[in-house]
Design a protein around this ligand. Structure first.
Ligand code: HEC
Length: 117
């Protein structure tokens, strides 16, 4: 990368590093407390995300082998959020498709008793 740092090279490098770190920290994994996860509103928001974009791969009726059937009891909320946000392998990333609230909501839905794949 070409920089225009000149004699202040070290300070400049530090600034670039700081900027990169800040950028990464922008989307810290949110905290999922009981109140959030049990909110009907969050669960309903998540249900619409699931039905619109997740079910056709993960659903009970999806083509076998397309995606693993989720086992919510074994998935930490933060892990689900991370997979939904950044994707993994053949699982698409949804960071630019769904808002933070929608991505958090789908976690609430998956962890809820309402969840039906
Ligand atoms: C195009 C098909 C596809 C769609 C659409 C999709 N997924 Fe996935 N998903 C996958 C695949 C394939 C994996 C397995 C990735 C791996 O581990 O290699 C996966 C993995 C996951 C995992 C991790 C499961 C585990 O046990 O490791 C979660 C959680 C998940 N998906 C949730 C979702 C949610 C929520 C949505 C909707 C926003 C969604 N997926 C949409 C294909 C899809």
């Amino acid at each position: 990368m070409r920089t225009t740092c000149g004699p202040l090279r070290i300070a400049c490098a530090a600034a670039v590093l700081l900027a990169a770190t800040t950028l990464q920290a922008q989307e810290k994994a949110p905290v999922f407390d009981k109140a959030y996860l049990s909110s009907k509103k969050n669960i309903e928001l998540g249900r619409s995300v699931w039905e619109g974009q997740c079910r056709h791969c993960h659903g009970a009726a999806a083509y076998p082998g397309k995606a693993p059937k989720l086992n919510p009891g074994q998935l930490e909320p933060g892990f689900i959020y991370d997979r939904v946000t950044y994707g993994f392998g053949k699982m698409p990333a949804w960071k630019d498709v769904f808002s933070v609230e929608q991505r958090k909501g789908v976690v609430a839905f998956i962890k809820s008793d309402d969840f039906s794949p």
